[in-house]
Design a protein around this ligand. Structure first.
Ligand SMILES: [Fe+2]
Ligand SMILES: [Fe+2]
Length: 197
């Protein structure tokens, strides 16, 4: 006889705790990995959306790496170091997302073909340090907007994916803030240098 807590069998509320039933279903669907019959998400859409987030992160890794290696000029060293740090953090985000896609029984898409189409952010190289920072700020703002959208879409249907995207979003907000500060300080310093001639 299964153990039921609090709720009568007729009224199957969302918090029904039927330990044996849950265990039985978990065993039965063991091949589905982290996706249990209680999974509320539209799996196909969730996987597609997560793969787009993965593509976004991969494009961000490539753009920050490019900027790291090509940053030149008087202010370049600390900025180049910041670019590298961001590239590493975007890589970590990509890994987290790929891991979650796999947990959900999907396949993380690392195919370079179509990467830019799947990605929400763009790959812009930029000529000067200021252009690079500006492009990175734009890309971060795009990521912030699209991740906010993804989090809203996930709602309560997939709390684990949602929590992961919220953590990543918080990190993108820090990135944007850092790029904004750099844009202001470097922009100001360059204007002063121009004035001095
Ligand atoms: Fe990221
Ligand atoms: Fe970022």
């Amino acid at each position: 006889m299964p153990i039921r807590h609090g709720i009568s069998p007729q009224r199957k509320g969302p918090f029904l705790t039927d330990v044996e039933e849950i265990r039985r279903r978990a065993r039965q669907h063991i091949e589905n990995g982290a996706v249990t019959p209680d999974y509320q998400g539209d799996l196909e859409t969730v996987l597609r959306v997560l793969n787009e987030a993965l593509a976004t992160e991969l494009v961000c890794v490539l753009r920050y790496k490019r900027h790291h290696y090509t940053a030149k000029g008087i202010h370049s060293q600390p900025v180049a170091a910041e670019f590298l740090e961001h590239a590493q953090e975007e890589q970590r985000h990509a890994d987290q997302i790929a891991e979650r896609i796999t947990q959900l029984g999907g396949e993380p898409n690392f195919n370079p073909e179509g990467l830019l189409t799947r990605s929400h952010s763009e790959y812009v190289e930029g000529e000067t340090l200021l252009e690079m920072i500006r492009e990175d700020l734009i890309a971060e703002r795009v990521a912030i907007e699209s991740y906010t959208e993804i989090i809203r879409y996930l709602g309560d249907t997939d709390p684990t994916s949602k929590r992961m995207m919220e953590e990543i979003l918080a990190n993108e907000e820090e990135h944007a803030e850092e790029m904004k500060t750099l844009l202001e300080t470097i922009g100001k310093e360059e204007r002063q240098r121009e004035r001095r001639g």
